[in-house]
Design a protein around this ligand. Structure first.
Ligand code: PLP
Length: 381
């Protein structure tokens, strides 16, 4: 049986049309875009056309779009690049529910003298804007907030975060890796200064991402070398990746609204099926169907269940999901996100994340629900 893949927040399958668009650059059109002969210049043109497409989709200028190796690099660059450019300010405000590419980066910055403040979040993962108003001050260098949470799907009110940053003249970075192409993202409408995203979350290739940097903002180079990406991010461009990313965005934006509605219906169906059969199940994050939750995200905790055993058994049956735990130096640690939203101790280890995708069918959801109900009813996890 074909595996049932319910882990799209982790990564997605490359779209066939995207692969087709990339193929020439993986084979025959291999020349270095920085070289001066015609074939190379054509590759440079392909990069610039892709940059234009990407910029139009997020409502930016092409000169504000910098290609990176993915979301982690974009996040690292945003934070360290700004810190190394505006050295007079030493405080950063972020949230306790960031992806590790932000949380570990701020820990690094703390180790070299920065003060990091974490915003309070409520039980659904929404940040406390009053707390932001209290924390922000003349020494604040940057506010960095995850737009849509990768574990619990919470979508933050970025416009309101921006309004506060604007009053205090503080830069705003947004990790939009889970948001782009799943919910509308307009950099000017949101008012952000820097914004990160990554192609493999929307059926594009892995190893390619982007950092939007608003014109006028200085950002120190982290990868020194040649003059690529306007001289601030060196390295021979991943032409196939860049072309693939732009194509994937173009396709995904086209059917985003329709697909979101379909996924919301399937997410409610899945949740209701489990809720009707299992007494002790708790939904983490905002209500399913809420405009402030990622459409395909369902994060559940089962009381007194070991989610790692559940995942292991489901994996044997060809069903792929994520747990709410991470393996850190051999020990299973409950996720920092679930801890931050105060998931009770007797639920936290029984937490799973299901993330739906374009190919997910109702039949797959039924198979998944049947298996989970059986495991719990028979006390097998
Ligand atoms: C919210 C968020 N930020 C950043 C990343 C890192 O992106 P990449 O895998 O492209 O490095 C991820 C990946 O899971 C993510 O979910």
């Amino acid at each position: 049986m074909k595996p049932i893949y319910l882990d799209h927040a982790s990564t997605t399958k490359l779209n066939e049309e995207v692969l087709k668009e990339m193929m020439p650059y993986l084979r025959d059109q291999f020349e270095n875009p920085s070289s001066l002969y015609e074939a190379a210049i054509n590759n440079k043109k392909a990069i610039n056309q892709s940059r234009k497409k990407v910029s139009e989709i997020i409502n930016a200028k092409p000169s504000e779009v910098y290609f990176t190796s993915g979301g982690s690099e974009a996040n690292n660059w945003a934070l360290k690049g700004v810190a190394f450019s505006y050295t007079e300010k030493k405080e950063i405000i972020t949230t306790p529910i960031e992806h590790h590419s932000i949380s570990h980066t701020v820990t690094f910055l703390e180790s070299i003298g920065y003060t990091i403040h974490y915003l309070n979040v409520d039980e659904e993962g929404f940040i406390d804007l009053n707390h932001l108003e209290q924390l922000i001050n003349k020494d604040t260098l940057l506010v960095s907030v995850i737009m849509a949470n990768n574990e619990i799907g919470t979508i933050q009110d970025i416009k309101s975060v921006h309004s506060i940053c604007k009053i205090h003249d503080v830069l705003l970075h947004v990790d939009a890796v889970q948001a782009i192409c799943h919910i509308p993202v307009d950099v000017q409408g949101l008012g952000v200064d820097l914004l990160s995203f990554s192609a493999h979350k929307f059926y594009g290739p892995k190893g390619i991402g982007c950092l939007y940097v608003k014109d006028g903002i200085e950002i120190e180079n982290l990868i020194h070398g040649g003059k690529q990406e306007q001289g601030i991010r060196s390295g021979t461009e991943n032409v196939a990746g860049i072309v693939g990313m732009a194509k994937a965005m173009e396709i995904k934006i086209h059917n985003m609204t329709e697909e979101s509605e379909r996924q919301i219906k399937m997410a409610s169906y899945l949740y209701n099926r489990l809720r009707n059969s299992i007494e002790q199940v708790k939904l983490n994050g905002p209500k399913i169907g809420s405009k402030r939750r990622l459409p395909g995200n369902i994060n559940l905790s089962f009381k007194d269940v070991d989610a790692s055993i559940m995942c292991f058994i489901l994996n044997k049956k060809g069903i792929y999901i994520s747990t709410g735990s991470a393996c850190n130096s051999g020990a299973i640690e409950p996720s920092h996100v679930l801890k931050a939203i105060n998931v009770p101790d007797d639920f936290i280890e029984g937490s799973i994340r299901i993330s739906l995708g374009e190919a997910t069918t109702k039949r797959e959801i039924d198979v998944f629900c049947d298996e989970v109900i059986e495991l719990i009813e028979n006390d097998l996890v």
